[in-house]
Design a protein around this ligand. Sequence first.
Ligand code: SF4
Length: 337
Amino acid sequence: MSETKAKAIVLVSGGLDSSIALIMMLNMGIRVECVFFSMPFCHATASLGGVSYLEALTKKLNVKLHVIDNEETLIEIIKAPRYGFGSNMNPCIDCRIGYFKKAKALMAETGASFLVTGEVLGQRPMSQRLEAMRVIETEAGLAGLILRPLSAKNLELTIPEKEGWVDREKLYGISGRSRREQMDIAASIGINDYPSPAGGCLLTDPGYSKRLKDLLKHNKDFTSRDAALLKTGRHFRLSEKVKLIVGRNEAENSMLEMLQKEKEILISIKDIPGPNSLLSGEFTAADIKFGASLTARFSDIIDRNKKVKTWYKDENEIEQIVEVVPAKEEEYDKLRV
Ligand code: SF4
C-alpha cells in the first residue's frame, strides 16, 4: 500500500489503542497528521501525561500533532446533551460527535481523506456500541469515513477500505474490554513505553459527577473555572445559593486563593496552621460565620470545643477577624457534596 498517497487524521488520546492505530497507518504508507483534544475534565496527571507522551511519540515518528482545546464545547454539551448522559455525567455520544466535527474540519484544512481512531467495539458502554458508533458518524457527517483499525473486521466496510487506501486484511477484529490483544500487538510493532491506563475522564467518576450535578442544578451558566474548582477541595452546599470549598492541602489552598473572584470571600485561620476556604454565592453574615467554623474544623486545632481566630477577606483584600468554635460533624456532614 505504500504507493498510495491517501492522508488521514488520527485521533490520539495518549493511550495505547490510538498509538497502535497511528503506527498501523504509518506502516501501511498512509500520510498522517494527529489530533489531540484537551479538556478540563481530565485527571491532571492523565491529561499532562497524555500530551507529553504524544509529543514525544509524534516527534519520534515525524508526524504533526494538532492540540485542540475542547473545553468550551464540552461545557456547553454538558448543559444540554442531546443524547443524554452515561452512568455518570459523561455525555459520551454528544462529546464524540463534537470531537468528530472538529476533526472533520481539520480533515478539510489539511487535505486528509478520512479519520482514524483507536476505538474498540464494546470497550466503552456508551459510545463504543455499534449503534452509537453509527449515530456518531452520521451526526458528524462522516458516514463511512471513520476507520477503526483495531475493530475494523467486526464493522462495516469503510470508504478507505473500499477505495483500497488501506488493506482490510491488515486490520484487526478486536472487541470487548480486555487489553490483552492490544498489548500483544504493541509488543509486535515496537511500542514498549506507553502510559498505563490513567484515571481518564472525570465525567465518568461518580464523586466528580455528584459535584457537577450539584453545580449544574445551582448554576446553569457555569464556566471552565467552576469545572476546575470541582477538582479542588472538600465541597459543602450551605444553602441553595451558597457554597463553601475547603482546601485539603497547600496546593489546593493556593488554588482557592488564586481563583477567588469578585463577590467571593476567602476564609483562613489565624495563628495556627489550617486550610483556606472559598465562600461563594449570595451569602449572609451567618454563612460567613458558619464557613469560618467549618474552616476551623479542618485546621490543626487540638481542642475542638475552644474558640479559634479566623480571618476572611473579600476581593478588595479587606481583612476581618471572626472568632468561632469549630463546626461539629453533625452540623456539616449532611452539607457535603
Ligand atoms: S469518557 Fe469523557 S471524554 Fe470520553 S467520550 Fe465520554 S465524555 Fe467524552
